[in-house]
Design a protein around this ligand. Sequence first.
Ligand code: XUL
Ligand code: CO
Length: 451
Amino acid sequence: MLPCDKTSAMSDFFTTVPVPIPFEGPDSDNPLAFRWYDADRVVGDKTMAEHLRFGVCYWHSFSWDGFDVFGAGTLDRPWITDPGDPIAAAKTKMAAAFEFFEKLGAPFWSFHDRDIAPEGATFGESVDNLSIMVDEAEIHMERTGTKLLWGTANAFSNPRYQAGAATNPDPEIFAYAAAQVCAALEATNRLGGANYVLWGGREGYETLLNTDMKREKEQLARFLTMVIEHKHKIGFEGTILLEPKPHEPTKHQYDFDVAACHAFLQEYDLTAEVRTNIEVNHATLSGHDFAHEVATAVNAGIFGSIDANAGDDRLGWDLDRFPVSVEDMTLGIYEILKGGGFTTGGMMFDAKLRRQSIARDDLFHGHIGGMDTLARSLLAASAMLEDGALSDRVADRYAGWDGDLGRQVMGGEYSLRDLHDRALELPEPNRASGRQEELENLVARYVERAQ
Ligand code: XUL
Ligand code: CO
């Protein structure tokens, strides 16, 4: 029997929404139905739900009221109540969150410690608050069947972290951050989290005039090593993920992109223990395509999970829009499938509504659109992979490397001088077309036909 008397009452914030959001297929005009996301539909070797492993984030969807740097909150969020009793307020918010997860039919959720539990006056009080809210989450998770994709610590909002957490010039702040991450990792473990994420919110710098970059990176490595040691000590079976982002809030963030994370992990011999959580909008900000970041991680063996969202090519900041472009997402998902798909990771909507989307049910429209976009992208990417449409062409392009010259060069059978002498004997090599436009048209056909 569920200990229902121990939890806040189930909430009723989304009364205009059917339970759960149904799948009605591409011809449906019902805005509160899925047109492409059919959880049990088998695509290749897995169901859509198993491929995509959708998660909803707590912070943008339940803790944010629409405030921005220019103005106050705009959104109708009755569950963000007066924190006269902070734990009661946190329980109301959590009831709203789980009502939403259940009605949407999202299998996973993710949180920062400070999203679900208020920070107390002392560290001890914060730990107690978190523990109360983890108990509460356990009850809701059992009741709804929602699982935890990942937990994390917010070590960037509080003023104490103005100069970073692990990379702070003051070891007392490093120590405080370590204490906070210890509690957040243990909370994630208690809730059976599939992963634990570290996004270096303020792990970077503004100016070299006051920064010892070499020292700060060594501190970051020490911090990460302590997290890994603790993961093993408490028996946490999830994956530790670094989330790259090139800038914002600091001008230079150390975990700039997947390649920078990989170099860092290699330098400190941590590649076997840590993978990456790639956010689409962060890829855009770093000047890369989403697909590039996924392919870099897959090639390096550090692909973990996705924060699914979208930026805007003309706005250079972290917009966190819901994904709407099947074409963009198809190329990213294609790389994920090529790499074998998710293991512990998933598609987590680190996405927020526009500030004018003030109605409660706008949260459903954002997620339904995102889930449909990714489901249709999965269909296109999977068909492309199954047909070998692109991979055959790529293999043809490199076919010479399977021939005598390619094998002998790679096998070390030629010196630079040998190749010089060989070239003296031979005519100018032939060139082949890269066929980019033809291949782009091919992808467009898969996107159009995906169904
Ligand atoms: C910030 C961001 C974070 C991380 C978790 O840009 O993406 O929400 O995903 O701390
Ligand atoms: Co993110």
